[in-house]
Design a protein around this ligand. Structure first.
Ligand SMILES: NC(=O)C1=CN([C@@H]2O[C@H](COP(=O)(O)OP(=O)(O)OC[C@H]3O[C@@H](n4cnc5c(N)ncnc54)[C@H](O)[C@@H]3O)[C@@H](O)[C@H]2O)C=CC1
Ligand SMILES: CCCCC/C=C\C=C\C(=O)C/C=C\C/C=C\CCCC(=O)O
Length: 256
């Protein structure tokens, strides 16, 4: 799928991996609407993006993925402004084992919420143009991250939801592909000041740091390149693309 003229929505698009996804999609010709709760980071990013890509190809909408009302309003505004949605990147996420219900609410429920609202605009059966949904999961969606059980559960949920939606969409002819990207550790704010974020598992910080030292720290742009691949390669549906020290690899799941 060529991205020129396509309309993409990126949640958590103001910082870290979401920012890199936004920049990569813009470089590839897409128009990008970023949804985020961090208005100051988003506005400063937008100032920079306007200088490079002009004012017409980016829009920031303040929105928490925890609110169905706000997500609905943001996606409706996207459609009213740009005529439709072709790509949804459900990327917003947090690490907070102390506030574990909020972690599930953003990392898993936010992905489901964003997907279901976007389906109303993207589904070919209801007048949409079809397209692709790419969810930012994690390697912690494939195996256990010992200091972060709830984060791990939320990301396993994202991988399972993505794969089931891919199968449902194919069987129902929605015209939408669903894929997940599963990075290892990425240099962003999410992995700073982590002792506090680990809650009752803060005693496992050293073990986590050891795991981090064994795995190469990734740049956000490496994850964004995988998202671009999942967006443009129309043969990919129901895939989990792992990106880690050794490069990238499509995950093989047991066949039932
Ligand atoms: N940094 C890492 O090592 C890894 C991160 N990930 C995942 O990548 C995604 C992005 O994380 P990073 O870029 O690392 O974090 P980050 O903290 O740098 O960026 C997250 C962005 O999401 C926004 N956000 C947070 N809560 C939100 C909400 N309720 N609604 C809308 N926006 C919200 C933040 O304001 C921020 O702009 C997350 O889903 C995370 O779990 C996956 C694997 C590794
Ligand atoms: C297959 C085993 C799981 C490997 C998971 C690998 C990386 C996942 C990273 C993330 O999704 C980022 C989330 C959490 C990082 C948690 C803690 C970092 C601690 C760093 C520190 O203490 O400085």
């Amino acid at each position: 799928m060529a991205l020129s003229g396509k309309v993409a929505v990126v949640t958590g698009g103001a910082m870290g991996i979401g920012r890199a996804i936004t920049e990569t999609l813009l470089q590839s010709g897409a128009t990008v609407v970023l949804l985020d709760v961090n208005e100051s980071a988003a506005k400063s990013l937008l100032d920079d993006l306007h200088k490079v890509y002009g004012r017409d190809r980016t829009l920031f909408l303040s929105c928490t993925v925890e609110s169905e009302e706000q997500v609905k309003a943001a996606l409706q505004k996207t459609v009213d402004t740009f005529g439709g949605i072709d790509i949804l990147c459900n990327n917003a996420g947090i690490l907070n084992e102390g506030e574990w219900e909020k972690t599930v609410s953003i990392n898993l429920l936010g992905v489901i919420r964003g997907t279901y609202v976007a389906l109303q605009h993207m589904n070919k059966l209801t007048g949409g143009r079809g397209g692709v949904v790419i969810n930012t999961a994690s390697m912690a969606g494939l195996g256990p991250l010992l200091s972060c059980p709830v984060y791990t559960a939320s990301k396993h949920g994202v991988v399972g939801f993505t794969r089931a939606m891919a199968a449902a969409s194919k069987a129902s002819d929605y015209g939408i592909r669903f894929n997940a990207v599963c990075p290892g550790f990425v240099q962003t704010d999410l992995i700073s000041n982590t002792k506090l974020k680990l809650g009752q598992f803060s005693h496992l910080e050293d073990a986590t740091n050891q795991l981090m030292a064994e795995m190469r720290m990734l740049a956000p742009s490496e994850v964004a390149a995988c998202v671009l691949e999942l967006a443009t390669d129309e043969t990919k549906n129901g895939e989990a693309l792992m990106v880690f020290a050794q490069g990238k690899q499509y995950v093989t799941f047991p066949t039932l």
